[in-house]
Design a protein around this ligand. Structure first.
Ligand SMILES: Nc1ncnc2c1ncn2[C@@H]1O[C@H](COP(=O)(O)OP(=O)(O)OP(=O)(O)O)[C@@H](O)[C@H]1O
Length: 337
């Protein structure tokens, strides 16, 4: 008997409650051959993904983070059917990704920050039309969908521009539109904001938040940018050397690793170190013209620290240093599991 989920994924999940992604003891290793002498070659096995189990429900927004080489891209490739697992299982939208890659592509959109899915020499709008045709969208529906994405992502004046002439921020908005033309249930983003300026990052995030709400789309993203996670993800999975090191919310993760924020203030005049209750003074520069304060975001806000500084000295300028993902991950890795 055939598995109904393979014959028709719609029948397998009539009420839309089945997990969108499910992996059980998922593993993928690579054999790497290295020259160890003039003639001899040695073999080494890299366990890129080393037994990960997780379920992601429809509509969830999940950040998949970890240090360089932790196994993020390898997992994403298995989820999207680019790589076959060495062992264990993965189901995406109720399908087995590699053998059902074509059917899966109708339900999944993928954006790789480092790789383009657009036709480089063609005007941007041609890529949208080609993708709509590949996905078999009826002409009227395709035109309507493309127009909506173009409006929301502010791509109107770029439609006739060849992709190779677009700025990185413009191209990334184009990539996201291209990944969404066929209204996927799952959007997978691999470093979507890498290299973008602050404003472009924020525009992209705002669009993704709105689109997710509109379409109840599931989001899975890898990123090295903490603000992507803060703004976009309700849940964080941290992978460490191919294994899952954390599964939970970002605030809980921040508490677990005792994450602190740092406020840097520039004063009008030099000042001895300022003392603020409940806040740690972590350094002065330029005779106290610049002072740094560390605080726990769950007990104190940056505005409270600033107000307390303002009572004692006049402030010229300020910056808030965001903890970066590398710090969080490194702290988590050092903790006993
Ligand atoms: N095709 C391959 N052949 C050999 N080794 C590989 C291959 N792909 C990945 N690896 C190795 O597997 C490990 C995990 O790589 P992966 O690309 O999944 O990490 P990542 O978490 O995505 O890293 P980054 O943040 O740098 O993109 C690394 O040690 C990498 O060198």
């Amino acid at each position: 008997m055939t598995d109904p989920s393979i014959a028709d994924p719609g029948i397998a999940d009539p009420d839309g409650t089945a997990p969108i992604i499910e992996f059980a003891d998922l593993r993928r290793s690579f054999v790497v051959r290295a020259k160890s002498g003039r003639l001899r070659r040695s073999k080494r096995v890299v366990h890129a993904v080393d037994g990960i189990s997780a379920r992601i429900a429809a509509g969830e927004s999940v950040g998949y983070i970890g240090a360089n080489g932790a196994g993020k891209s390898t997992t994403i490739k298995m989820i999207t059917g680019v790589l076959v697992p060495t062992s264990g299982s993965v189901r995406t939208c109720g399908m087995t990704p590699v053998p059902q890659r074509r059917e899966l592509a109708r339900q999944v959109g993928v954006v790789f920050g480092q790789r383009s899915q657009l036709w480089w020499d063609l005007p941007l709008q041609d890529s949208f039309r080609i993708l709509a045709a590949i996905h078999g969208l009826p002409a009227g529906d395709a035109a309507e969908r493309i127009a909506a994405l173009v409006a929301e992502l502010e791509l109107g004046r770029l439609l006739d521009t060849p992709v190779r002439q677009l700025s990185l921020g413009e191209r990334m908005r184009g990539e996201v539109a291209a990944a969404l033309v066929h209204r996927p249930r799952l959007l997978v983003l691999d470093e979507p904001t890498i290299g973008l300026d602050v404003l472009s990052k924020e525009r992209l995030r705002q669009f993704l938040i709105a689109e997710r709400e509109r379409a109840n789309m599931t989001l899975l993203l890898t990123t090295h940018d903490m603000s992507d996670i803060e703004r976009l993800c309700e849940r964080v999975l941290v992978v460490d050397r191919g294994r899952l090191a954390y599964d939970g919310t970002l605030p809980d993760l921040a508490r677990l690793v005792a994450l602190r924020r740092v406020l840097v203030v520039d004063l009008i005049e030099p000042h001895p170190p300022l003392h603020i209750p409940g806040v740690e003074h972590i350094g002065s520069e330029l005779d106290g013209l610049r002072q740094r304060f560390a605080f726990a975001p769950e007990t104190t806000t940056a505005a409270q620290v600033l107000a307390a500084v303002g009572v004692q000295a006049e402030v010229r300028d300020l910056t808030l240093e965001e903890p970066d993902i590398e710090d969080i991950v490194a702290t988590l890795y050092r903790m006993p599991h």
